[in-house]
Structure formats: structure tokens, C-alpha cells
Design a protein around this ligand. Structure first.
Ligand code: 4AD
Ligand code: MG
Length: 470
């Protein structure tokens, strides 16, 4: 038998697919309680939020030498009998006949302890986080949510495309890019003007990591119709907050012959579909996460299934906030038409005022990126942000400016160099169509689903200002 088939996954046992009798399992020790006569080992193999109790009798030949030394994090192969458990809260347990230790984890030096550990500490030992109950649940949830997203788009007839990670355009025009270069940083070639000569660089021009895949998605939507990307995205914003990563994953659908309303409906449908699948497949993981979360997210998840998302224009949203302020509500940041909505404002709107996921649309032109469709009022663009109770902005999207002259004008007024974006303008010059799309921050979505308050705890190896460990 292949080694990979030698052990029964705990998930199969808990799903009732395994009859009592001889069995072999393999996994990591969560805890061991011992007496002179027995050890009770709580074992987990990562296939399920639920572990299994292994009972090891002191008569086993390696009891003193191996089994009694087992501690949190050690790895073992257990052969024995699967039996109905007399104990509370578990259907089965395993009576061990043979325990082989494949790796001890010396508690004196091992990163994980039996006792409660802070999230801050666990981030420093992120290479071991997957061995804890909390983070194995989180990363199983992450996997289920990823696949639910793909399934949703496939069912809607979208093509999954791959936008480049290395690029020569700052797609958001916000200047928060990581530069990519092979030049010698100590002695870069310089032009007559003293500036670094990027024509000598690897790509022959200044290049960077993508801040979005949208522009390339637009190119492919103009031909394939409905496409989406789902990939890593990089932003060098120096905002050391609980909601920002330097490397995060973004889902970006882009649709030809769609408008702003269509896009809002797509975002709502996507979030609902994901929540439905999470409730179906991740009950145990959600339960474990709720115990460690800043807040139990499940009421918010149910809210998203039961309540239609509220749609409100930016102008109305500002009025709601100003009314709240006149009524005595205080915010850290002021509210006035033309100003950015801060996280506290976003959360007030969806958590306190509307008590539902809330999509704010038609933002002031100055606040938003160059590619958004300018409304007839000349002041607002067809942008939309989807705000989720418990977290705030999870989706940002828009109808795109498909009128060449208006787009060129807005690029000029925002100081965007079109030298390397002629191809983007070509999409309007040749066979242009009304189109729209959005970007969903995958980690923001996971924060919302798990109720976790820090984005560093929903991605296995977080990259943030000052920290790129592992
Ligand atoms: O609102 P943003 O900047 O929109 C875009 O990038 C568009 N090009 C998307 C599109 O229309 N195709 O980013 C989209 C989402 C945000 O709503 C947020 O959820 C997430 O990406 N996001 C971040 N998540 C984690 N860390 C960061 N630094 C993030 N910046 C944005
Ligand atoms: Mg945004």
C-alpha cells in the first residue's frame, strides 16, 4: 500500500464512514494527559476540526521511552482499534496497540505550548500556526472560501484568467507600488540628468509588482465577455493597520456589457454564495473560530443571507452620518461631502444605521481612481464600495469609463502618465463597450467570515510594514 493510503483521515471517521475495528492513523499531538497506567492523547491530522482521543496503555513496550514523553506538537503514527467511546462529546476513540513517534517536540524549546498563546506571539512562529486548532480551522476555511469563489464564477459562465504579477503600470494610479529591479542598488546606471536609467534594467523600463489585475482583466473581458482574476496583489501603503497587508489576494471580476447596478448585484450574489457554502461545509471550523474571534461572526453571516444588501448613494450616506452627528454621535474624523469615508463611518452605516450589508455608490470623482465612469453631474463617478457589518469595505468596484475622450481627460487631470497605458486606451479606441467590475479583498472577506479582528491572522504568512518573515 502507498504510504499516503496507509492512514485513515480523521474526517472520514467523524463523517461516519469508518466501521469500528483495526485502524491506522497519523497526526500531531494536541495534548497528552498521563498517569502511570495510561496516556490520553488528543490527536489531530488536519483533515477535520475534530481530533480523536487515543488511549495508550502503559504495557506498550515503548511507553516509558516514547509515549510518556509525547507533548504538544509531536508527530505519531498510531495503530490500534477504533471503538465506540464511552466518554462525553466524542463518538469514537482509539485503543492503541502500537505508537511510533516520527518526531518529538521538546517542550523546553518548541514554539507551541499547551497553555493559551497570544495571537501576537503566534505570528512570530507562523511556521507552526497550522498545528494549532485555531489556525488549522482558519486555513481550512480559507481553502473552502477560495473554492466557493471559483465555483460561483464557473456556475455564472465566467472564465478564470491570470493577470501578470510583474507589470509596468500602476493600475490604481496611487503610487503605492513595490519596485522590481535587477540593477545594482549600490551603483545603478544613471542618465545625463542623474536619474536612474531604467532602460538598462531587466525589462528595459521601470517595473513593479501589480497593485491590481483589473486593467488586464478589462482587456480580456473585451473578447471573452465575463472574466475574473484571483491572485496575489501588492501594495506598499505604509499603513500598519489591522486591515492592510502588503501582499494580499484579490478577486477581480470584469464584465463586458454590464453596468454599475449589475456589478453591485454580482458582489451581493458572490458573498451570499460563499456564506451558504461555508455554513454547509465549515460548521466545526466556524465554531472553533468563534471561540477565539473578536466577535462571533455567525449572526452577521446569517444577516447577509437573510437581508437584501442596502444600496445608498455616497451623498445620502454623508447625510446619514451628518444627521447622526447632529443627534450626538461622535466620530474621530469629520464628515463632509467630498471627504473619504473612514472605517468608523463605514461601520456606523452598516452596523448601526442600516443593520445590513451596505453598498455605497456614486462617490466624488476626486476620491476615486482614474478609470471610473464619470456621471452626468460631472462631480461623481460610478463607483461602489460594499461595506460589511463587523469589518467595513470588503469590495471596491465601478463601471469603467469607456469614453476615450473623458478617460484621457481624467487621466491628465489626475497626472497619470499614459505612456505605458496606450494599450488600455486602445480598449476604448477599438470595439469599446460599457463594462464594469470589482475587486474583493480575499483576506477582508475572511476577516468578516471568521470574526477575526486582525488581517494578519487570516493569511498563513502575513507581509506588513517592517515584517516579511518566513
Ligand atoms: O478598492 P480597491 O483598491 O480596488 C481595486 O484595486 C480595483 N482595481 C478593483 C477592481 O475594480 N477590479 O481594492 C479592492 C479591495 C478592497 O475593497 C479591499 O477589500 C482589498 O481589495 N484591499 C486590501 N486588502 C488587504 N490589504 C490591503 N492593503 C488592501 N487594499 C485593498
Ligand atoms: Mg477601495
Amino acid at each position: 500500500m502507498a504510504l499516503k493510503d496507509a492512514f485513515t483521515p480523521l474526517a472520514h471517521i467523524h463523517a461516519g464512514q469508518v466501521a469500528p475495528g483495526p485502524i491506522a492513523i497519523a497526526g500531531w499531538v494536541r495534548t497528552r494527559r498521563g498517569s502511570k497506567k495510561f496516556s490520553f492523547i488528543d490527536l489531530n491530522d488536519g483533515s477535520s476540526p475534530k481530533g480523536i482521543q487515543v488511549i495508550a496503555d502503559a504495557v506498550l513496550p515503548n511507553y516509558e521511552t516514547d509515549i510518556a514523553r509525547l507533548s504538544t506538537g509531536a508527530a505519531v503514527i498510531v495503530k490500534g482499534l477504533l471503538v465506540e467511546s464511552p466518554g462525553q462529546g466524542q463518538r469514537f476513540e482509539i485503543q492503541a496497540k502500537d505508537i511510533e513517534v516520527t518526531g518529538f517536540a521538546d517542550p523546553e524549546t518548541f514554539a507551541l505550548q499547551k497553555k493559551e498563546m497570544s495571537f501576537e506571539y503566534l505570528r512570530e512562529v507562523a511556521h507552526m500556526r497550522g498545528r494549532t486548532a485555531t489556525f488549522s480551522s482558519m486555513f481550512r476555511l480559507r481553502s473552502v472560501v477560495s473554492l466557493a469563489i471559483h465555483r460561483f464564477f464557473e456556475a455564472q459562465g465566467f472564465s478564470y484568467i491570470h493577470a501578470p504579477i510583474l507589470t509596468t503600470n500602476d493600475g490604481e494610479g496611487a503610487g503605492e507600488t513595490f519596485k522590481v529591479t535587477t540593477l545594482d542598488l549600490n551603483a545603478p546606471p544613471r542618465g545625463k540628468d542623474g536619474k536612474v536609467d531604467f532602460s538598462k534594467d531587466f525589462f528595459g523600463r521601470e517595473s513593479m509588482l501589480c497593485v491590481t489585475g483589473q486593467l488586464e482583466a478589462e482587456a480580456l473581458a473585451m473578447g471573452l465577455g465575463k472574466v475574473y482574476t484571483f491572485g496575489p496583489t501588492f501594495r506598499a501603503e505604509n499603513s500598519n493597520t489591522s486591515r492592510h497587508l502588503a501582499e494580499f489576494w484579490m478577486v477581480e471580476p470584469e464584465m463586458a456589457f454590464w453596468d454599475l447596478d449589475d456589478t453591485m448585484a454580482l458582489g451581493e450574489g458572490l458573498i451570499r454564495a460563499v456564506v451558504r457554502e461555508v455554513f454547509e461545509k465549515c460548521e466545526g471550523d466556524l465554531e472553533i473560530l468563534a471561540q477565539k474571534a473578536e466577535q462571533d461572526a455567525r449572526p452577521y453571516l446569517r444577516m447577509a443571507l437573510e437581508q437584501p444588501f442596502v444600496r445608498v448613494s455616497y451623498t445620502e450616506a454623508v447625510e446619514v452620518l451628518q444627521k447622526a452627528i447632529s443627534g450626538g454621535k461622535t466620530f474621530e474624523y469629520p464628515v463632509s461631502w467630498g471627504g473619504d469615508l473612514k472605517s468608523e463611518h463605514e461601520r456606523y452605516l452598516c452596523e448601526v444605521h442600516f443593520k445590513a450589508p451596505t453598498i455605497v455608490y456614486n462617490y466624488p470623482e476626486e476620491l476615486k481612481a482614474f478609470y471610473m465612469y464619470l456621471n452626468d453631474d460631472g462631480k461623481t463617478v460610478r463607483a461602489m464600495d460594499c461595506l460589511m457589518p463587523g469589518i467595513g469595505e470588503v469590495i471596491g468596484g465601478s463601471q469603467r469609463e469607456d469614453r476615450l475622450d473623458v478617460l484621457e481627460r481624467r487621466m491628465r487631470s489626475k497626472g497619470i502618465d499614459s505612456t505605458h497605458l496606450e494599450w488600455y486606451l486602445d480598449l476604448r479606441r477599438f470595439g469599446g463597450v460599457p463594462h464594469a467590475g470589482f475587486g474583493l479583498g480575499f483576506e477582508r472577506l475572511l476577516m468578516w467570515i471568521s470574526g477575526f479582528g486582525n488581517i494578519r491572522d487570516v493569511i498563513p504568512f502575513p507581509r506588513v510594514p517592517g515584517s516579511c518573515l518566513f
